[in-house]
Design a protein around this ligand. Structure first.
Ligand code: SAM
Ligand code: SF4
Ligand code: F3S
Length: 439
């Protein structure tokens, strides 16, 4: 049996797909290179916006044709839409064989056996007693996702995540440390700690800044990143950790969502614009070259022109290195979906366009400031679009393309930046810094 996993949504889902792959390989399945070659197709889905769901509904429609040609093909739908819709997915698409949820994926091999033995579709979105932090079969050999928590207790009024991912569960600190030590032994250079709100991590007396300081001591790991940080929980000690811990990269992804205090209140974000700006100022005071990226949401119910302009002003003031901008999408079951005064679609689109234009212009200006500088780049692989080019990232998480030898992959090199766009840099290798290259 060969399997193919298609992942939608955030890094959490990417990490879960790596766990699903591991469970399937341990069960004797082999990875397929394409959907056509697979006997089992798993869609690990995202429900954060309607547009994310549309992609999956469209995909399921197209998979019906493949299933007609290959009646023994198994189609499994899991992740956040699996959790949100359960058996309704099979009612709408009867060619789906199996639906699982954001925690029941640990039971996937058993669910597949049940499907094959019973000859009937299987739906299981329960919360099994097993740990959700199952081992992963990692897709990359240099950078690794390390989940430190799962779920979310914040209940921002627009967000479906707490409903589909469940309550917050922190991972035991010893388990995190031994996983990172194992990754270092296997030659991984960079880890990204994952959680919906990593700064709320706590295990006994270990909070998030303390966890960073423990992981900073693991030999072999060169870079530590983390997503996502919530502005309501950024203590000064976290900014100190970014500034002082050698391996912690100088990049903070800090979703602002809005620059208006009244909107932030309706969103239940529990910080103010002033608090947000204090964090930015605190980080820049300690590390002037740090990169700050964000998520912005336009068209939240009741958002007035004035409130939107507050977001524009925040963007102009902070000058983000990059911003992911989204149109508010009402999610069933969330409080914001029930609020009156929904913003018309044309207004949302207009605001989104204005914000994208502005944030991209600023991102370009920030990247242009880097032209001429020398940056430490961890080489991740080849640029799939340009033969002979490699790609890597600066400590500030900027993507850099440059000409180089495949043997540099996995090592850190010095690159002089020659060219900038809003989403990448291009440069020339000045000097190989450290780390044995791999082929
Ligand atoms: N936990 C993170 C946080 O608190 O920022 C990220 C959660 S979510 C997976 C990623 C982004 O999706 C959010 O920051 C928000 O901007 C956006 N998002 C969440 N719900 C949304 C909705 N209903 N409509 C549009 N965008 C949404
Ligand atoms: Fe959603 Fe808010 Fe939790 Fe992020 S912190 S996952 S936006 S509820
Ligand atoms: Fe992530 Fe989408 Fe689920 S953003 S947590 S995959 S709803």
């Amino acid at each position: 049996m060969r399997f193919f996993i298609r992942t939608y949504g955030c890094q959490m889902n990417e990490a879960d797909s790596e766990r699903i792959a591991r469970l399937l390989v341990d069960e004797g399945y082999l990875p397929a290179r394409s959907e056509e070659e697979a006997d089992l197709i798993v869609l690990n889905t995202c429900a954060v916006r309607e547009s994310a769901e549309e992609k999956v509904w469209g995909k399921l429609g197209r998979l019906a044709q493949l299933k007609r040609r290959k009646p023994d093909l198994l189609i499994a739908v899991g992740g956040c839409m699996g959790q949100a819709y359960g058996g309704r997915i099979i009612e709408r698409f009867p060619h789906v064989d199996l639906v699982f949820g954001t925690r029941s994926f640990v039971e996937l091999p058993r669910l597949i056996r049940l499907r094959l033995e019973s000859g009937r579709p299987v739906v299981d979105i329960s919360e099994p007693p097993k740990s959700p932090f199952a081992p992963q079969l990692r897709a990359d050999r240099i950078r690794a996702w390390v989940p430190i928590s799962t779920g979310c207790d914040n209940f921002c009024s627009y967000c479906i995540v707490p409903y589909v991912r469940g309550r917050l569960i922190n991972r035991p600190v010893d388990e995190i440390v031994s996983e990172v030590e194992r990754l270092a032994e296997e030659g991984y250079k960079e880890i990204t700690l994952l959680g919906q709100n990593v700064n709320s991590y706590r295990w006994g007396d270990v909070d998030f800044p303390k966890l960073l300081s423990i992981l900073n001591e693991v030999d072999g790991i060169e870079r530590i990143r983390f997503v996502t940080s919530h502005p309501k929980d950024v203590p000064e000690r976290l900014l100190d950790a970014i500034a002082e811990l050698e391996k912690v990269c100088e990049h903070l992804h800090l979703p602002a969502q809005s620059g208006s205090n009244s909107v932030l209140k309706r969103m239940n974000r529990r910080y103010t614009r002033e608090r947000y700006l204090r964090i930015v100022e605190g980080l820049r005071r300690r590390v002037p070259w740090a990169a700050i990226t964000t998520d912005l949401l336009v068209g939240f119910p009741g958002e007035t022109d004035e409130e939107f302009e507050e977001t524009v002003k925040l963007v102009e003031e902070v000058r983000f290195d990059y911003a992911f901008c989204y149109k508010f999408s009402p999610r069933p079951g969330t409080r914001a979906a029930e609020m009156g005064d929904q913003v018309p679609e044309e207004v949302k689109s207009e605001r989104l366009k204005k914000l994208i234009d502005l944030t991209q212009r600023i991102a370009l200006e920030r990247n242009e400031e880097m032209v001429g500088r020398i940056e430490e780049v961890l080489v991740e692989g080849e640029n799939p679009k340009v033969e002979g080019e490699l790609k890597g990232r600066t400590r500030t998480n900027k993507l850099v393309f440059f000409r180089g030898d495949r043997r540099m992959i996995g090592s850190t090199v010095k690159v002089r930046i020659r060219e900038a766009s809003y989403w990448y840099l291009r440069g020339e290798v000045e000097d190989e810094l450290r780390g044995a290259g791999r082929s």
